[in-house]
Design a protein around this ligand. Structure first.
Ligand code: FES
Length: 152
């Protein structure tokens, strides 16, 4: 009867092979993982918002404006000289620049290519092809609320 004895050199070599293989795998993973994460970014959470409190009425003196976040979209709230409010999408329909309120002419102006909108959101001059989206402003208990729908 013969017995087979394993030589210690073989098991040492195998151990070194496993160690090097694991190290190589970890090194390649450390390169591939960040590249894959960059190429496939995580999905952004979708925010469904029906109304946003924009502040108190004292924060909106006549002939003033403020840009707020409505979910992920910027909305410009303008208060006219006569005290009326307008709320419109603050992103120009031409090339997505942020618009601003011109108190002297009571219009919404896009500085990028001199686009002009009236306070109903209608595009009145310049390159913007379509009107700005409109929102509804409700003043309730001294609070200015911007909504998608009429509040009761
Ligand atoms: S981006 Fe507003 S006019 Fe061009």
């Amino acid at each position: 009867m013969s017995t087979i004895t394993k030589r210690p050199e073989t098991s040492r070599r195998r151990f070194i092979d496993i160690l090097l293989g694991t190290g190589l795998f970890m090194w390649i993973s450390s390169i591939i993982y960040p590249i894959a994460k960059y190429l496939v970014p995580p999905e952004a959470a979708i925010l469904y918002v029906n109304s946003v409190e924009a502040g108190t009425i004292s924060e909106f003196p006549p002939s003033s404006s403020k840009i707020i976040r409505f979910g992920r979209k910027p909305v410009i709230i303008a208060r006219q000289r006569n005290g009326k409010f307008s709320a419109l999408a603050a992103t120009c329909t031409h090339l997505d620049c942020t618009v601003q309120y011109k108190a002297d002419t009571e219009q919404i102006w896009c500085a990028c290519h001199n686009g002009l909108f009236d306070l109903t959101g209608k595009n009145i001059s310049g390159p913007p092809p379509t009107p700005l989206a409109r929102y509804i402003v409700v003043v309730k208990d001294d609070k200015v609320i911007v909504t998608l729908e009429e509040m009761i």
